[in-house]
Design a protein around this ligand. Structure first.
Ligand code: 5GP
Ligand code: MN
Length: 325
């Protein structure tokens, strides 16, 4: 029996929530589940809450029904948390979880803390959308649901290229394609296409990047004043860390953007055997082995120095384990 079998749960209303600053997998899984539950259980009142979703996902059905103001003091029969590794990352959604009579967490983060009543966590899955697909009945996977799930999968796999992509991921994507989705448009429109300003800030971040640890590490930062100058927000910075990671010789890419004066959101990406989930975890964040993040305070110099000490340590351990084998 699937955790999504609501008949077994006598549920009148459901709240679907994701993590703060929702990415493609978070928005795709939340709207995929929203459309699925509306199709399979039309009698159940289903609501989706997400903070400030990026307009590039507006083609997904249900995008216009996302509640960006979170319910307060409402006790839902069921709260389903998607793509969120811990309660703190639910942000303003945390009270919805705490007041709900029942809760389910569906996720794929290795750092997930199993904070809900029922937890379906598959760290080997490419994305939450992949986990969700496995919990859905075939007949409920309409074209609209497929568009959402496909979007989540391409975002968390970098369009099927990251090492989290498996034969199973491809098989699921193939099945989703059979519903008639316009996959070319989804991939270009939500993943690759950039606005003029997004390209400008990407260019600026690459131009100002700094290579260190013999080229094994690279970092760049976007400050609040830069965002103001270019007229962009954090949602326009997607893809910068990935471009840094693709620099030849780089084993770890660090991208920072300033949230408040001297408070930085940190994105870490690894190639090779580095484990950045461990480093992000040390600084109170989390994520996946090759893609993780955290929030750190101090000067840029402090933040990068603290991170690089951990990266250097791991790189040394990896070299030692190679030479002793
Ligand atoms: P990104 O660098 O794209 O923001 O995040 C990469 C991965 O790390 C995502 O899976 C994201 O959920 C996770 N992540 C990013 N920031 C944090 C954080 O502050 N805490 C936790 N637990 N996970 C994070
Ligand atoms: Mn995800």
């Amino acid at each position: 029996m699937s955790v999504l079998d609501l008949k077994e749960k006598s549920v009148g209303n459901v709240a679907i929530i994701g993590h703060i600053r929702p990415d493609g997998d978070c928005i795709g899984s939340c709207l995929g589940l929203f459309n699925y539950l509306k199709a399979v259980y039309p009698q159940v009142e289903t609501k989706v809450y997400l903070g400030d979703p990026a307009p590039r996902f507006a083609y997904l059905k249900g995008f216009d029904q996302i509640n960006t103001i979170f319910a307060q003091e409402v006790s839902f029969d069921l709260c389903i948390c998607l793509d969120c590794s811990d309660e703190e990352r639910l942000g303003d959604g945390k009270p919805i979880l705490q007041l709900a009579k029942h809760s389910i967490c569906i996720d794929h983060h290795v750092t997930n803390t199993r904070y809900a009543g029922e937890n379906v966590v598959e760290p080997e899955a490419s994305s939450t959308c992949e986990v969700l697909y496995g919990l859905m009945k075939e007949e409920g996977i309409t074209r609209e649901v497929a568009e959402c799930l496909y979007t989540g999968i391409i975002h968390d796999t970098g369009v099927f290229k990251y090492s989290c992509t498996s034969a199973k991921t491809m098989a699921i994507a193939g099945r989703l394609m059979e519903t008639g989705i316009d996959f070319t448009d989804i991939i270009d429109g939500s993943f690759y296409r950039k606005t003029y300003l997004q390209n400008q800030i990407l260019g600026r971040a690459l131009l100002e990047s700094v290579s260190f640890l013999d080229g094994k590490c690279i970092f760049s930062v976007v400050r609040l004043k830069d965002m103001k100058f270019y007229g962009v927000t954090s949602k326009d910075l997607d893809g910068i860390v990935e471009q840094l990671r693709l620099t030849e010789g780089v084993e770890c890419a660090i991208f920072l953007y300033e949230i408040e004066s001297q408070i930085f959101k940190v994105s870490l990406r690894a190639t090779g055997d580095l484990n950045v989930a461990e480093i992000a975890g040390y600084f109170g964040g989390g994520g996946h082995i090759k893609a993780a993040g955290c929030t750190m305070s101090g000067t840029i110099y402090d933040v990068v120095n603290n991170l690089s000490a951990h990266i250097e340590k791991q790189l040394k351990e990896l070299t030692n384990s190679c030479t002793t084998e």
